[in-house]
Design a protein around this ligand. Sequence first.
Ligand code: ZN
Length: 179
Amino acid sequence: MKCPFCEHADSRVLDSRSGEGDQVIRRRRECGDCGRRFTTYERAAEAQVYVIKKDGRREPFDRRKITAGMTKACEKRSIGREVLEEAADRIARQAREELSDEVPASQIGAWVMDALRRIDDVAYVRFASVYKEFRDTDSFVKEVRSLAGNASAPRQRKRGEQVELFDAAPIIRRRKEQS
Ligand SMILES: [Zn+2]
């Protein structure tokens, strides 16, 4: 392994440990010339999965996009990085386990929604509001209420109460401004 600092061709492994459920080997190395230390990660090469977009475009599955989307939905929700990383791992695994090497983007979105629903209600609603492209306040509120588990037995709402649900109103307003 070439040293990233001086490009010397030889380095010595100081320490080796596995992580991420034994799917990764992390090696701490020391350059044989400049003596600086660096880390390498080894993981199995995975068969490339492609995502088919709504407009038919095909792009390589990118786990980072999943984490980025979830991170955005979880903004200011104090949800641990590792929780999102684990969820992204699970989704990447699901994508690989599909029988085809192509997965529709809508399927990935559904998996992300599913994961967020279990992690955090607010993050779920934020993601869903963008992903499902709710056309009107009604369908949005219906989704929020079904999430709260009271869709089948709607109770009498107090005036103005529904807009307080998970900050639904600001999300809808933002969406309107965008379009
Ligand atoms: Zn070096």
